[in-house]
Design a protein around this ligand. Structure first.
Ligand code: ADP
Ligand code: MG
Length: 687
């Protein structure tokens, strides 16, 4: 047998069963070996009848006793078999639902093992039996620990268990070399690799299985933690970044040119960034701050420092709307500092592009603002020293690296409006330093949020009308562009309907990803100038769009979005002193109801929302809001297993401290480990 042996070649697996395994994603012997049980039923210790269903304990329990009597009960069409069972401590009732045939097998006087959830009733404990076994008169009861596997309707955990057990000796031979150095495994109290697999699939106790599981999770996390620390060390050991020093008084000079005062948080964060930029090791810093916290200004301060030291900057944003907004905002702000800005967009004509490229190559322009177009070959810099990436998670690892490669070891500032919870900051983002703008500019009133069922949509629209009549503007966001996209509300259809039936007297704009950049800009421009009352859009308005007069955001099919994304969408309003509102609409028949949306109603704190999102959906599901590729774990979950991660992190710190290049022979395995773990590889490759 090899790792790649098809599951169909294992003992006890026919063609049909193999197909059922495939449905569960299990195709090879190695898949099966690494399909860890998600639970263990511990059948070892019977609970005395008198102690069953202790208050607060809802787990399954075991009992062993003698059947006193058996009877049948009928509840509507369901047969219930009830047996009174007695042991030395007392009696309880065991119940089986819909298994009338047991009347023929269960007899008074028999010895019986039963397992199930028990409840206290006035008459004593009653157990809904999940499993039972008749015991011979002189049989000594030895319970086992039963692994329970993720199963499907057609393939029961019991069948998976049988196949694993039958093939276990051969499967265990596939274990191969331990990726952990033996000393380290010993120090952490882990059994050898093969024995660990055995303990997972056939443990003597759940504790033993848990420890075995920890070994695999620890190993995975160690790879990630090592990668983060190695990367950090390497960067800190580079001495080829531009040393950009802030002359005294530069911050005051910067602030004098602003129409408002910096918040305390902005000032602190600018100091952190300038400090990094003053070193010859390239900065790698993540700037996080809730929507509207004023990150753009912080980026401007970094650009000013770079320009003052004679190096150029590039700011890359994921959409033309955002990039052009940055350009419009930053250009006037930077004029007093003599910084010329060039825009580089995909929709730009060849002539405009050539002229922008020329001014960047000659160093005449100190700042390039653009989209992915910045990455194209014709765009070169004279002396690129600072790279700013807005909404960094929207770019791939490779794209970010390509922009950085246009300079020699440029300082890099990543920006995100999705707050990174502490757990992720210390793991998936451990290679970055993090600055947080944790304060909103003064004068904002918190956005009021409501959720309502789709049958009350007309109320939401009346509310929109009222606000428009007060001189404000509104966004209406829907998930799909066309009707063809299943049951989701389409912006095209909804915009038409609204114009015809709901707001015939108002000016509506339509924005979605299939419009050309020029069309998008035109619509945005009109909305910004107040020529449109309502903008009906997909989530292209999600990030960064800043139109202070907009005060209402209606989100249709709100249940389709993650909390973090809804929070970002909501951040399009509430950008002035005027009171703003966000209305979340979900289908009447949405089974979950508004429970999740309620979190948004309750709080506007992005960190709290990100944490809740993380807990509800798991780290792996945050793709789209967090850097993809960093969460590819086979066994572990950074949130659930964070305690294990912390142990792996301190182990990694010790290893890298002693052997920064992992070159000692005893660390050869760790180098292999780094190569084989997707999360670690992604960490090492990312920039
Ligand atoms: P973010 O990118 O963090 O979502 P922006 O940088 O777009 O936020 O800033 C949001 C709005 O707040 C902008 O209109 C900006 O001009 C304004 N702003 C930023 N900093 C301040 C400040 N210190 N005081 C007042 N307004 C500010
Ligand atoms: Mg922004």
């Amino acid at each position: 047998m090899s790792k790649d042996t098809p599951i169909s070649e294992l003992a006890g697996v026919g063609k049909e069963t193999a197909a059922k395994f495939h449905e569960l994603g299990l195709r090879t012997a190695d898949d099966l070996l690494n399909d860890f049980p998600f639970r263990y039923d511990d059948l070892r210790f019977p609970t005395p009848a008198a102690l069953l269903a202790a208050p607060g304990d809802a787990s399954e329990e075991n009992a062993v006793g003698r059947v006193v009597r058996v009877r049948e009960r009928r509840a509507r069409h369901l047969a219930i078999v009830e047996a009174e069972i007695e042991d030395d401590s007392g009696t309880f009732i065991a119940k089986w639902f819909g298994r009338r045939y047991l009347l023929g097998t269960l007899k008074a006087g028999m010895r019986l093992f039963v397992r199930g959830r028990a409840q206290r009733t006035l008459a004593g404990a009653a157990m809904n039996v999940a499993a039972h076994k008749v015991l011979a008169e002189d049989e000594i009861y030895h319970g086992e620990v039963v692994p329970v596997y993720s199963a499907s309707k057609s393939l029961a955990s019991r069948k998976i268990r049988q196949v694993v057990q039958r093939n276990l000796p051969k499967l265990l031979e596939l274990a191969g070399d331990d990726p952990l150095p033996p000393d380290l495994a010993k120090e952490r109290g882990f059994a050898p690799l093969r024995e660990s697999y055995r303990r997972l699939h056939a443990p003597q106790s759940p504790e033993e299985a848990a420890k075995a599981r920890e070994r695999f999770i620890f190993t995975e996390f160690l790879a990630l933690a090592l990668a983060a620390q190695l990367k950090r060390r390497q960067r800190e050991a580079e001495h080829d970044a531009h040393v950009l020093r802030a002359p005294p008084g530069l911050l005051e000079e910067f602030e004098r040119e602003l129409p408002f005062e910096l918040t305390r948080a902005q000032r602190r964060v600018i100091a952190e960034i300038w400090d990094d930029m003053g070193s010859d090791a390239p900065m790698n810093r993540l700037l996080q701050g809730d929507v509207g916290s004023g990150k753009t200004l912080v980026a401007a301060a970094a650009v000013v420092l770079a320009a003052r030291n004679g190096v150029q900057s590039a700011l890359m944003a994921p959409t033309e709307i955002l990039a052009s907004q940055h350009a419009a905002k930053l250009a006037p702000l930077l004029v007093p500092f003599g910084i010329a800005v060039e825009a580089v967009f995909g929709s730009q004509g060849a002539k405009a592009r050539a002229s922008a490229a020329g001014r960047l190559a000659s160093g005449e322009a100190a700042l390039a603002i653009g989209t992915h177009a910045l990455l194209t070959q014709g765009v070169e810099f004279e002396r690129l020293g600072l790279v700013v990436i807005d909404e960094q998670h929207r770019f791939g690892v490779e794209q970010r690296a390509r922009l950085r490669a246009k300079g020699a070891a440029p300082h890099t500032l990543h920006m995100t409006a999705t707050p990174i919870p502490r757990t992720l900051a210390q793991s998936a983002y451990a290679d970055l330093d993090i600055s947080t703008v944790d304060e909103l500019p003064p004068g904002r009133t918190p956005i009021e949020t409501y959720h309502l069922r789709a049958s009350r949509l007309h109320e939401a629209y009346e509310f929109v009308r009222k606000n428009v009549e007060l001189g404000h503007q509104a966004y209406i966001v829907a998930p799909a562009i066309d009707e063809s996209e299943s049951e989701l509300t389409s912006v095209v259809a909804e915009a038409e309907r609204l114009q015809k039936d709901v707001f015939p007297d108002m000016l509506l704009g339509l924005l979605h990803g299939r419009k050309t950049p020029r069309e998008k800009d035109a619509v945005m421009e009109r909305f910004k100038r107040g020529e449109l009352h309502v903008l009906v859009a997909t989530t292209v308005v999600e990030v960064g769009v800043d139109i202070p007069n907009a005060s209402v955001m209606v989100i249709l099919d709100a249940h389709r979005y993650g909390l973090a994304q809804l929070h970002q969408l909501r951040g399009r309003v509430g950008r002035s002193a005027a009171k703003s509102y966000c209305l979340l609409v979900y289908p009447d028949d949405f089974a979950e109801g508004p429970a999740r949306l309620e979190i948004l109603r309750r709080t506007t704190d992005g960190f709290e929302i990100a944490q809740a999102d993380l807990e509800l959906r798991g780290a792996g599901n945050l793709a789209g809001t967090l850097q993809a590729g960093k969460m590819d774990f086979r066994y572990g979950d950074l949130i659930r297993d964070f305690a294990v991660y912390e142990r792996a992190r301190s182990t990694a710190a010790k290893i890298v401290e002693e052997d920064p290049s992992l070159s000692s022979p005893s660390h050869a395995r760790l180098r292999t480990l780094l190569d084989s773990q997707p999360s670690a590889r992604a960490m090492l490759l990312s920039s």
